[in-house]
Design a protein around this ligand. Sequence first.
Ligand code: ASP
Length: 660
Amino acid sequence: MPFPWGPSLMRRMYRSWSGPIRKTAPPLLGSLTRYLMLSTQRRISDFNSFVVRTNTCGELRSSHLGQEVTLCGWVQYRRQSLFLILRDFHGLIQVVIPQDESAASVKKLLCEAPIESVVQVTGTVISRPPGQQNPKMPTGEIEIEVKTAELLNSCKKLPFEIKDFMKKTEALRMKYRYLDLRSSQMQYNLRLRSQMVMKMREYLCNLHGFVDIETPTLFKKTPGGAKEFVVPSREPGKFYSLPQSPQQFKQLLMVGGFDRYFQVARCYRDEGSKPERQPEFTQVDIEMSFVDQAGIQKLIEGLLQYSWPKDKNPLTVPFPSMTYTEALDLYGTDKPDTRFGMKKYLKSKDFEVIKKFAVNHFNQEVSPLFLKTSGSGKSPFTKLLKEEEKTALISLMGAQEEDVLLLTAGEHKKACSVLGKLRLECADLLEARGVVLRDPTVFHFLWVVEFPLFLPKEEDPTELESAHHPFTAPHPSDIHLLYTEPEKVRSQHYDLVLNGSEIGGGSIRIHNAEQQQYVLETVLKEDVKLLSHLLQALDFGAPPHGGIALGLDRLVCLVTGVPSIRDVIAFPKSFRGHDLMSNAPDYVSPEDIEPYHIQVRRPEVTDRKDVKSVICETESSQQLVLPSLAKTENPLEKLALGQTPELLERRKSSKYPDNQ
Ligand code: ASP
């Protein structure tokens, strides 16, 4: 079944997208259309089974001429009381409003139904008169001569129009998410996500014998890793934790003989307000027994190839691989964007920006070295270098005439990461001038391998923490160092990077209880009692095993080319972790709290901080508020609606709303 929107409409749609603007050229969403179209064609999904409609609005063509059809959809718009455009997820169709006396009631209904009301029409598919076809509309050759119509439900005045070219703030989109979901962009994103997940399940279960197993989301606190949400229990002082991943359970499933497990798993991390993070997110979580790193990598390459949208260039496997040390040395990060190398074209004023950036963000001096025709380099920094050192540097870097090297000195990791950030900063500068370096329609996968097993803790560098998690196995050639110089041990941890974003990570696990206990107790100084169940399980014939988790939200975000992971999640949380639609998290009554033996210090309703956070999350939605709300006399609502001088002032001076 063909999809209704042509590339030009899709392009318009993309232009009107109101999320944060990407710095690179947007992908053509027409390609998404083709992917969805192709896959539905192949599988011949029946969109009309079990329901009152006979067809979707978007599927009708000249081949349906003469057929009597029943359609259900939302009123998109009307043209001069003559035509009504009906919309469903599949597209738009023109319904001719009857003008003769005998159909007066149908005419009245179709002329008076407010925009976005949901209606059902029955009629005949007819040709549009010559000259009235609309080639831009996939259903543009035909229209519906309506016989009967029913108003299924009327729509009140909307907070925003459901038109792709209507700009709407993110806060407003979130508040009325169910309306935002009607947009063709959101329909695409979530349907594409569903199709990719379906293909992944097919690949894992049907082609490779994996078992989809659900694991608990009420669990207990685990050592290391991200901060977890706690859930009170009815036992005094005892709390559950929401798992940051099903890590322990999937390892225990290996002990239980489910040697190929996967789950599309909801995970939770209480990481506060971080851009492009969600407190709850989805992983495609995988674990296998009797496997090595190469086996997991091959599995994931096959999985992505199989579930990759068919209209995009097929993925080439194996994906390139780079060690953690190489990535840090060459790109200054463990998630390099390999779509671009080190580009030139910088102007001299850019170097001031670059130098300032390094000082402001990292308190680090950076000095550019300009390579001259003579092969010599000019830089304040080179005064410190002997001539032969300069030559050696130039040859080491493979630098050529007109190249610029950015030099810095200092602690290795810090210096590398400053230069890595500057590389991205340079890309921003160049892209602002129209040099496209990071084409979002190009997909560069990269394995980063051989991470260190432990890293010095940021807050106390004399102590170590796991680079991945405490269950990761040491590199076989470094096991001897575990007991002497643990900081030098490489691990069997691998990350999958796509276009500079980490989209997956995993490891081969420790399956020896003694080694696991040593790592937890002696190296990481964790309380092993918290993990006694796992340590015990490893002692009962645990098979060697390993696994990985793919971040589904990020992956789909990159595949669809949308600006934010919130655009591929049906009901995402705001930057502050709030659901702006339902107002979660919310207060509960003292009676509801009573069974949990906890005390809550409840803020006063007039608590300024509390009110301010409401303002922050809604302030960008002020241009378009429901008239009934806008008239409120309630002072708190007034504040939230941005009608106070204080807020007006703040809005003028604030650069970013709370939706980054
Ligand atoms: N549980 C790990 C994570 O969430 C992934 C893995 O090691 O399989 O990052």
